[in-house]
Design a protein around this ligand. Structure first.
Ligand code: NAD
Length: 424
């Protein structure tokens, strides 16, 4: 099949180029070897599959799916699978590379990967999604594996899809292979603490950054864009540490309360209303574009890519940005953020709590033993805090912003591994 890249979306930066621009700056500062640079700039493997699925009306529809392994030098590659109508190869490539850097920043023994299927899961029945997931698994059966490539949920997928993937993979192997995916339901070997892990890591990063900036959480305010898994947990845990959350948002709109939003109540409302805040009465409706530029101390983008761009960055008033989402800040906005003296805890550090607890899930599966929630949280917090300190130290040493420092820490680890392993 001739693969045709979709036309770029107007005004949207190419996510792979955006990632590479930061990678290039960090490689330059680090003085990265040209050979290693050439190895790391392209994914190790990119697979495009055609997936025929019998739909409920009896007709066969063919879906296009991807799996990109950016690197497996640190260990098996690891990364989620995204089901979305507009997912495209360059996006999956960028997300796969981000996973390599993320795993290296938190110092866990994984490489980076990502997958995607062009589909609209919200307009498909559960049966159709199940058949699609099983067929995708089958077409990548020689790629996946607990020691090769370990998928996880991403946008449009969750524990249900991971259970189907694990089951399909296990059937072909003739034995139950829990460790082939993470983000599974608890009963199938999922880890306690995984659901809230990314939001918890965002909170830990925010607290560490506030400490460096001399900000008192009890006297600080924040807005959180996106009220899904990451945003809602980050908001709840930050509020528990004393931060007043003045604004939140989701696809239905943005909500503001001068006295601070009751996050527990907002989560309860969302859970009772199909995952949306639409109709939430505990706050005033506001223009979603104004949420990002509101007068608060901390901004947590936890929804989608490319929301902080050259079009709004000059209006941002927060002192600290903690990136819950992957790639919320476009490359072109970086220099203005730096000029304004805003500290950014970048995505590859701030949202790496998720992959950290995914790693714990894989470790527990391989041990055949379950850890307590307290053990999971304590170990994840330690890893996040250590990673934050490593990145902060690199930002001081090289006199670069936290984002470039995070890339430096990650690239340095991957480059050292290549150096010791050799082989080319
Ligand atoms: P989710 O689907 O649970 O929630 C996404 C939220 O964003 C929803 O509330 C949705 O309504 C909202 N949203 C979507 N478009 C929006 C817009 N334009 N403006 C405001 N809100 C909008 O997804 P999630 O798991 O919370 O993931 C959010 C981001 O975090 C993604 O970038 C994802 O890649 C990243 N991330 C997630 C994890 C994880 O463990 N879930 C780990 C690392 C990174």
């Amino acid at each position: 099949m001739l693969y045709k890249e979709p036309a770029p979306i107007k005004d949207r930066e190419n996510p792979f180029e955006s990632m590479m621009s930061r990678f290039n700056v960090a490689a330059e500062v680090l003085g990265l070897d040209e050979e290693v640079y050439n190895v790391l700039k392209s994914p190790t493997r990119q697979v495009i599959v055609n997936i025929p699925v019998t739909m409920d009306d009896g007709k066969v529809r063919v879906f296009e799916g991807f799996r990109v392994m950016h690197s497996n030098i640190l260990g098996p590659s690891k990364g989620g699978i995204r089901y979305a109508p507009d997912v495209f190869l360059d996006e999956v490539k960028a997300l796969a590379a981000w996973m390599t850097w993320k795993c290296a920043v938190v110092d866990i023994p994984y490489g980076g990967a990502k997958g995607g299927i062009i589909c609209d899961p919200y307009s498909m029945s559960a049966g159709e999604i199940e058949r699609l997931t099983r067929a995708y698994t089958n077409s990548l059966i020689d790629i996946f594996g607990p020691d090769r490539d370990i998928p996880a949920p991403d946008m449009g997928t969750g524990p249900r899809e991971m259970a189907w993937l694990m089951d399909e993979y296990s059937k072909t192997r003739g034995s139950t292979e829990h460790a082939v995916v993470t983000g599974k339901p608890l009963v199938l070997g999922g880890s306690l603490g995984r659901v809230e892990a990314t939001g918890r890591g965002v909170m830990v990063s925010a607290m560490a950054a506030m400490d460096k900036l001399g900000m008192d959480p009890n006297k600080s305010t924040a807005v959180v864009q996106g009220f899904g898994n990451v945003g809602a947990w980050a908001a709840k845990l930050m509020a528990e540490r004393g931060v007043k959350i003045l604004g939140i948002s989701d696809v239905s709109g943005a909500y503001w309360n001068d006295n601070g939003i009751d996050i527990e109540a907002a989560i309860e409302f969302k859970n009772e209303h199909n995952g949306r805040l639409e109709g939430y009465k505990g706050a005033e409706l506001m223009d979603p574009n104004e949420l990002l530029t509101a007068k608060v101390d901390v901004l947590v983008p936890a929804a989608v890519e490319d929301v902080i761009t050259i079009h709004n960055v000059d209006k941002i008033q927060a002192r600290l940005i903690v990136e819950g989402a992957n790639g919320p800040t476009s490359y072109k906005a970086d220099s203005i953020i730096n000029e304004k003296g805003i500290m950014v805890v970048p995505d590859i550090l701030a949202n790496s709590g998720g992959v950290t607890v995914s790693y714990f899930e894989w470790v527990q599966n391989r041990m055949g033993f379950k850890w307590t929630l307290q053990r999971v949280n304590e170990r994840a917090e330690r890893i996040m805090n250590e990673a934050f300190e490593r990145v902060y130290a690199a930002s001081q040493k090289y006199n670069v912003p936290m984002r470039i420092a995070a890339y430096i820490v990650a690239i340095d680890k991957v480059a050292m591994t290549y150096k010791y392993r050799g082989g080319f």
